[in-house]
Design a protein around this ligand. Structure first.
Ligand SMILES: [Zn+2]
Length: 341
């Protein structure tokens, strides 16, 4: 199993942030990716490769061009507007599904237009980190397209909450969607999202796409982020109607209950028979996660991996969430080992 990784995510330095005089504690820190990388190395899972640069075109194939330009320039725009360089963060205090009909001209309006969230900073190097995170997913996709049975993109920042033209939930560019869109050149793709949270960005990107199946198992959005998306009656639209499947789940799911639902999703994927499968591998469903409330054990992740791998589709695995640092690496490696052989 090849792992694609770059340390450029360090520039998105979310630890010890102070914004508007307030210390901000983010769970989405560089230490997450480092913990997984250390476990991949210790387990000798396989080669660790740097991503190759695919440029902006595959990113723009998923994200709105103005949004991409905003992400690239927001830090500098903010410094010019406010007269000082400082982290960019939304002016609102909550998640919102409402949006202005068009993008305002002045910077605070633009800033709030391009995020539905309120707590994800854009730092000086955030664009660089997000860009290279997407390149990790694209490079993993290249390996699978070239015949590897599976490849693992150790992405940070994560991606599945990033919409076509809004960021949120620690996600700026939708890594799995960018990889999936590039693979669609060869045929239809399926995306299985097992992060604790609904993959609302991925859903939005492929909602009307007849060549992409999206299946997401996640905590019920009546109680859990992202709140406004992820319900079972969101089934797709237009030519993609029927290809969006959500399993909103009660909190405190354990291995046994989770695997029953996973099997339903795997049946849907097997029936669709995609050319490629992509997995949004959130590990925040783990027991004791600092954000998630499910209780999936390391043995549970082994079995989840085994059942997904048993489908035998060429598979791109893209890292999403996961916040309990002492088990994160073990859970990742245990899941990935299922794809060996
Ligand atoms: Zn998550």
């Amino acid at each position: 199993m090849h792992t694609i990784y770059t340390d450029r995510h360090h520039g998105h330095a979310t630890e010890n942030l102070v914004i508007n005089g307030q210390p901000i504690e983010s769970r989405e820190t560089p230490a997450r990716a480092e913990a997984i990388l250390a476990a991949v190395r210790a387990a000798q899972l396989g080669p660790i490769l740097a991503p190759t640069d695919h440029g902006l075109a595959p990113i723009r194939a998923v994200h709105d061009a103005d949004f991409v330009m905003y992400l690239r320039t927001a830090y500098a725009q903010s410094a010019a507007y406010f007269g000082e360089a400082r982290p960019v963060i939304a002016g609102r205090n909550d998640v919102t599904s409402e949006r202005a009909p068009s993008c305002p001209e002045d910077f605070p309006g633009r800033r709030d237009y391009y995020t539905y969230d309120y707590e994800d900073p854009i730092l000086e190097m955030t664009w660089d980190a997000a860009y290279w995170s997407a390149q990790c997913a694209l490079t993993a996709a290249d390996l699978v397209r070239a015949g590897e049975r599976a490849a693992y993109a150790l992405c940070r920042p994560p991606g599945h909450h990033a919409m076509p033209d809004q960021y949120g939930g620690f996600c700026y560019l939708n890594n799995v969607a960018i990889a999936a869109r590039s693979l669609q050149a060869d045929g239809p793709v399926a995306i299985l999202d097992i992060d604790y949270h609904h993959g609302n960005g991925t859903q939005a990107i492929f909602y009307a796409d007849p060549a992409a199946l999206f299946c997401s198992l996640h905590a019920d959005p009546d109680f859990v982020y992202p709140f406004f998306w992820g319900r079972a009656d969101e089934r797709g639209a237009g030519a993609g109607l029927g290809l969006n499947h959500n399993w909103p789940l009660p909190l405190h799911m354990d291995d046994v209950a989770y695997l029953v639902v996973l099997d339903e999703a795997l049946h849907v994927i097997a029936d669709f028979a995609p050319r490629y499968l992509l997995v949004s591998l959130g590990l925040d469903a783990a027991e004791g996660d600092l954000i998630g409330k499910f209780r999936i054990t390391t043995q549970g992740f082994r079995e989840i991996g085994r059942r997904i791998a048993a489908l035998r589709f060429p598979t791109v695995i893209v890292q999403e969430g996961g916040y309990r640092l002492d088990t994160l690496g073990d859970n990742a490696v245990t899941f990935l080992r299922a794809f060996e052989g």
